[in-house]
Design a protein around this ligand. Structure first.
Ligand SMILES: Nc1ncnc2c1ncn2[C@@H]1O[C@H](COP(=O)(O)OP(=O)(O)OP(=O)(O)O)[C@@H](O)[C@H]1O
Length: 278
């Protein structure tokens, strides 16, 4: 059966068009996932090897074809090992932050019905922790489900209060290490482990705490509040962008704006907040 675009000896049907489209979408998603990380360079290296293999094979260089062929045959396995983290992130994205989740939210778990989160206790606690140079990491759930990260820590399911936040992040508290996750208007869990960003553009001045906040915001739409233990600086992280050294008023305003507006794309950083690259 002739397809919609018959090119002499080629039959390019609708299925082929869909095939090409899906591969394009898949490659784009892959690029988005790897962008900014060292894994992108590794992937480009592997693609270069594959292209070289195709050229060598086409020109009929038998010995080199055999050697590169051996390399290619273990390529899939090697890629799985090399890209372990990226594959995990990809699958997590597919399962947790795709249209399926949005559909679920629209059908039986509509977040719009939840009361807006009062940011006061978080801002007040952050200010107090900042004054005492006590580090903190607080993740606000948006559309992406943060349950897998909450499961890595200790479940709380506690009412939100400034005093409880101060108690958790107190340096002598057994819960102070790791992140607190907020979901459904409750402190869902503490001591949670977040994925650390591998973006080489993250300034060296930012420690692991900030890298963990960036890492989570790269693979989910969570908003993350960070208080630096070194400088006491309060920052907000969303979509992989850090808005650093926020004064209390701006922290409150941005939190209110982002948590009320939901999982939208970020607006440009405001004048006093420096984005990651600044
Ligand atoms: N992957 C992670 N997930 C959750 N929390 C983390 C993670 N990595 C680090 N942290 C938190 O950050 C704390 C220590 O990180 P680090 O010593 O690099 O911070 P820091 O030097 O104070 O840097 P920053 O300026 O980012 O606060 C840990 O005690 C832990 O609470």
């Amino acid at each position: 059966m002739a397809g919609p675009f018959p090119i002499n000896f080629l039959h390019f049907g609708w299925i082929d068009a869909a095939d090409v489209l899906l591969v394009t979408v898949l490659l784009y998603q892959l690029y988005k996932l790897l962008r900014g990380s060292v894994a992108l360079n590794v992937a480009l290296g592997l693609v270069s090897f594959y292209l070289l293999y195709l050229v060598v094979k086409a020109t009929g260089m038998e010995l080199l074809t055999k050697i590169l062929g051996q390399f290619m045959s273990v390529g899939v396995l090697a890629s799985i090992i090399l890209f372990q983290q990226e594959i995990r992130r990809f699958l997590l994205n597919v399962g947790k932050a795709t249209a399926i989740e949005r559909m679920r939210a629209w059908t039986w778990g509509r977040p719009a019905e939840a009361a807006p989160l009062a940011v006061g206790p978080f801002v007040e606690a952050a200010k107090s922790l900042s004054n005492k140079l006590t580090g903190a990491l607080i993740c606000f759930t948006q559309a992406s489900d943060l349950t897998p990260f909450a499961d890595s820590g200790d479940r709380l399911d506690a009412e939100i209060s400034k005093r409880l936040l101060l108690a958790i992040f107190n340096k002598t508290s057994p819960l102070h290490d790791g992140a607190v996750i907020v979901a459904n208007g409750r402190l869902q869990a503490a001591r949670c482990i977040l994925p650390v960003s591998e973006n080489p553009d993250v300034p060296a001045s930012l420690g692991l705490r900030h890298r963990a906040a960036i890492g989570l915001s790269e693979i989910t739409d969570a908003v993350v509040l960070v208080v630096s233990e070194e400088t006491g600086a309060m920052s907000l992280v969303r979509h992989g962008e850090v808005h650093r050294n926020l004064p209390t008023g701006e922290l409150r305003a941005l939190l209110n704006e982002w948590l009320l507006s939901g999982p939208e794309q970020p607006k440009a950083a405001t004048a006093s907040s420096a984005a990651l690259s600044a």
